[in-house]
Structures are given as structure tokens and as C-alpha cells.
Design a protein around this ligand. Structure first.
Ligand SMILES: Cc1cc2nc3c(=O)[nH]c(=O)nc-3n(C[C@H](O)[C@H](O)[C@H](O)COP(=O)(O)OP(=O)(O)OC[C@H]3O[C@@H](n4cnc5c(N)ncnc54)[C@H](O)[C@@H]3O)c2cc1C
Length: 361
């Protein structure tokens, strides 16, 4: 069976599904996802936060350009959750730096303990708060993009692992299971597998590296009602935590380079991270109810890679989402559609350049 399409997207995470929604009004779109569900890999394993000041300047430009969509489109996906930064006496300088970098307001420890009652005043010396950060409903965002994509005629195929890509004229021939497809433009939205997809197509990889990040779900510490607790970040990202369905999720914030695979939490890394968390709170960790990990995949300069590869006409990248794939998705997918359709991008030229794959060529 052979199918013709204009845009063929590899990957059914937030990158691929948002791209499908943006490209479907511009032409025929087919998305191929290897797993039996969308958002099975990184996109099903995130901390689900929107932090406008998280990431380098290029990432922040995408965050800011995505805010209105997150707040308003389809009724919005954001729920306010303040962010708290906490530091120990040995971290005074780093605390001041991060406090400024995240535009946070320093607060006294009494105020901090009123918001987060498990804070340990014997080990935590500084705290800061920012109120305009949010939880991001990641499932809803993906459903909204998937609905928009299907509504505009896109085909989202599951259990469709791409196993072969060859150039055919100005486009591509792609093998996925029993199906053979021909596409004018191939969009590489394969997350941790992005460089592998490029190699399969005979395109030079960009050095996109997947890094594992683990997560543990704990029972509500000390039986507290965690619902209104902030997202808590320990200086230097030594760990972070946030409430999740009446419990608390804690991440050791590790960045361990990995081959692309279905990753799981590393017990030793989790134990060390939970010890760092325990040092700064008054309630011990009694039990880990569940743990998981995902791969955050970064380009060498830690900005996303969006647009056509200058060396391969018809091969477009939407990759290197790192730890920002959800918060940047509306603007990133919009930019991809602008570039592929020849519309002038809404983002400033310098940002578009800083995101272009041409910066590595
Ligand atoms: C612990 C953790 C916390 C995070 N917290 C946040 C947060 O708070 N906010 C935020 O914005 N981001 C966060 N992130 C980052 C975010 O989850 C990622 O940036 C985002 O999910 C990446 O999406 P993606 O679509 O690029 O990759 P993925 O979701 O991994 O999707 C890529 C897809 O490509 C498919 N694929 C690969 N090869 C093939 C093939 N040959 N054929 C067909 N399909 C293929 C895979 O099966 C996969 O489903 C976090 C990540 C982690 C791990």
C-alpha cells in the first residue's frame, strides 16, 4: 500500500502532535508514532509546569510567545501554582543569582513556612517566591492539538514505527510497518530519536543528546494537604518537587546522558536525590509509591531546533525540546508552520535564527 502526503511527521509526542495541528490547514498531514499511544515517551512523563523564565534566552522567547495560547486556546491549560526557590547557607551567591534570573521576590522563612509547612528552618536559610507560574495540563494540551489536527484532516497513526527513509525526487519515501508513504516534507519530531531519524534519512545528525530525569511520587508528607503547595526548586536544581493528585512528586533533577530508549528511574540516583530533598524538609520520606523517568533531549546549545535542514531540502527539524517541550509547543509549532509555508514568522528574526538548524551547519 502506498500513500501520498504533503507533510509526514515522525513522532507522536507534544512536538509531533502540535506540528500536525499547525500543518493540517496547510496541506495533507500524516503523523507516524511507533508506540500504541500518543505521548508515551517524554511527553507522558513531565512535571507539567509552565515557567516563563526557565531556559536560555531563545527558549524564553518561545515560552513567552506561547503564553497566550496556553492561557486562552480551547479554554486554556494553565492553573496558577507559585514557584518557590530555596537555598542553604552555603548557597547564598547562587541563591541571589537564581532569584534574579527567575525574577523572584525574596521572602522571609516564616512566610515561606506558611506556604510550605515542611520547610526545615534548620537547613534552609533563604526562600523566594514567584506567583505567576502555572501547572500545565499536558494531557489536555495534547488532546486539544490532536483534535485540531484530526479536525483539519490529519491522520495520526499509532503502532507505526518508521524503519526506512529514502530520498525520492524532491521528497521522501518512508516505510512504516506494512505501509509505504511518499511525502514532500518530512518533519523530524522524534524526541530522543531525532538524530537517529536524521541518520536513517541520510541527513547529518545535530548532536541532540537525550538525558534521563527521574521522578518519585511520595505519599503526602506528614499527611499534609499538599494541594496549594508551590512548585519548589532547590538552588542549583539539586531537586524539585510539586504537588500531584494529593501526593508530592520529587525529582533528583539529574541530567545523565543516555542512548534513546524506553527509560526508567535509576534507584541510586533517586535515593541520592531524595536524601537531598529530606535534608531541607522536616518530614522523612517513608515510602516511594511510584517512580518513572523520561528523556529530555537537548541540542548542544540547549535551544530547540526548528526549520528546514539547509543540507536536505524537505527535511525539517522540530527537536531538542529539552525540559521545555510543553511550555514552548504553541510557538514552536507555529514557527515550524510559518517556515514550511513561507509565511513571515511571528517571532523576531534573531530568535528564528537562533532556532534554525542552519546554526549547526
Ligand atoms: C521528568 C521530566 C520533567 C519535565 N518537565 C517539564 C515541564 O514541567 N514543562 C515542560 O514544558 N517540559 C517538561 N519536560 C520536557 C518535556 O516532557 C519534553 O520536552 C517533551 O515531552 C518532548 O516532546 P517530544 O514530542 O519532542 O518527544 P517525545 O514525547 O519523546 O515524542 C517523540 C516520539 O517519537 C516517537 N518515535 C521515535 N522514533 C520513531 C520512529 N522510528 N517511528 C515512529 N515514531 C518514533 C517516539 O515513540 C515518541 O513517542 C520534562 C521532561 C521530563 C523527562
Amino acid at each position: 500500500m502506498s500513500t501520498e502526503t504533503d507533510f509526514l511527521i515522525v513522532g507522536g509526542g507534544v512536538a509531533g502532535v502540535s506540528a500536525a495541528a499547525r500543518l493540517a490547514p496547510l496541506g495533507r498531514v500524516i503523523l507516524l508514532e511507533a508506540e500504541q499511544a500518543l505521548a508515551y515517551h517524554a511527553s507522558g512523563r513531565s512535571a507539567a509546569m509552565f515557567l516563563e523564565s526557565y531556559g536560555n534566552a531563545t527558549v524564553r522567547a518561545l515560552n513567552s510567545a506561547s503564553l497566550a495560547h496556553h492561557a486562552e486556546a480551547d479554554g486554556g491549560v494553565l492553573t496558577p501554582r507559585p514557584m518557590m526557590l530555596i537555598g542553604r547557607p552555603v548557597e547564598e551567591e547562587a541563591f541571589a543569582r537564581e532569584c534574579a534570573d527567575f525574577s523572584m521576590r525574596e521572602i522571609g522563612l516564616d512566610e515561606a513556612r506558611a506556604v510550605l509547612p515542611i520547610l526545615n528552618p534548620a537547613t534552609v536559610s533563604r526562600a523566594a517566591l514567584r506567583e505567576d507560574t502555572s501547572d500545565l495540563d499536558t494531557d489536555l494540551l495534547i488532546q486539544n492539538f490532536a483534535r485540531a489536527a484530526r479536525g483539519a484532516g490529519a491522520g495520526l497513526r499509532l503502532n507505526a514505527r518508521v524503519t526506512g527513509i529514502t530520498r525520492e525526487g524532491s521528497g521522501w519515501r518512508v516505510e512504516a510497518g506494512a505501509e509505504s508513504l511518499r511525502a514532500g516534507v518530512l518533519v523530524n519530531a522524534a524526541g530522543a530519536w531525532a538524530d537517529g531519524i536524521a541518520r536513517m534519512a541520510g541527513v547529518r545528525p545535530l548532536g541532540i543528546t537525550p538525558y534521563r530525569r527521574s521522578m518519585a511520587r511520595l505519599p503526602a508528607p506528614g499527611g499534609h494537604d499538599t494541594r496549594d503547595w508551590p512548585f519548589v526548586d532547590a538552588v542549583g536544581e539539586r531537586w524539585y518537587a510539586k504537588p500531584d493528585a494529593g501526593k508530592l512528586i520529587v525529582s533528583p533533577s539529574e541530567e545523565d546522558a543516555q542512548e534513546a530508549h524506553d527509560v526508567w528511574a535509576d534507584d541510586m540516583v533517586l535515593a541520592e536525590g531524595l536524601a537531598r530533598y529530606e535534608e531541607m524538609v522536616t518530614e522523612p520520606v517513608t515510602r516511594v509509591e511510584h517512580s518513572w523517568a523520561g528523556l529530555r533531549s537537548f541540542a548542544p546549545d540547549r535551544a530547540l531546533v526548528i526549520g528546514r535542514d539547509p543540507a536536505a531540502p524537505g527535511f525539517a527539524w522540530l527537536a531538542g525540546q529539552g525540559g521545555y517541550g510543553f511550555q514552548t509547543a504553541p510557538a514552536a509549532s507555529r514557527l515550524l508552520a510559518d517556515l514550511l509555508s513561507g509565511r513571515p514568522p511571528e517571532l523576531p528574526g534573531a530568535v528564528v535564527e537562533a532556532l534554525s538548524p542552519a546554526r549547526f551547519r
